[in-house]
Design a binder for this molecule. Structure first.
Ligand code: HEC
Length: 128
């Protein structure tokens, strides 16, 4: 049993650390994905605070027309947005502009949304 387990481990180790130069792209892909998820979810937290009232489907205050544009409950919350809508969202946050008046959005929160929108626009350009 033990030797079987050890040889299985060795096999796995060989696979992971083999001399094939094919390993780096896989890990680069994994870290790009991690980065995407981090930026996306950081922006989600900011938008949940300021836009969630209408753009989170679980809330009674959610508005169907707002959800049709984006729903922060969806993991890839910006996937259904056009790039123009994404830039529009960034502009509203940057200008601290809510549909019902000014919002005290912080500089850090603006930077978080800026980072995600820039990343997402670049990602779309690459995958086009
Ligand atoms: C009080 C409700 C409410 C809040 C709060 C709200 N929105 Fe919306 N939002 C809507 C509605 C309703 C629509 C759909 C408007 C339409 O169809 O004309 C919409 C549409 C949008 C659109 C698409 C506009 C277009 O022309 O395609 C963007 C972008 C957007 N919202 C961003 C935001 C951002 C960013 C915040 C937070 C800073 C926010 N919204 C907060 C109700 C809201």
């Amino acid at each position: 049993m033990r030797s079987l387990a050890i040889s299985a481990l060795c096999g796995a180790a060989l696979c992971a650390c083999g001399e094939e130069p094919a390993a780096p792209p896989a890990s680069a892909l994994a870290s790009a994905l991690t980065e995407h998820v981090r930026l996306r979810d950081d922006a989600r937290i900011v938008l949940e605070r300021w836009c969630g009232q209408c753009h989170i489907s679980a809330y009674d205050s959610a508005l169907p027309r707002a959800l049709a544009v984006f729903d922060l409950s969806e993991p890839e919350w910006s996937a259904r947005m056009s790039t123009t809508q994404l830039e529009d969202a960034r502009g509203r946050v940057r200008d601290r502009r809510g549909p019902e008046g000014d919002l005290p959005i912080t500089d850090d929160e603006i930077a978080i949304v800026e980072r995600y929108v820039a990343h997402e626009i670049e990602r779309r350009a690459v995958s086009d």
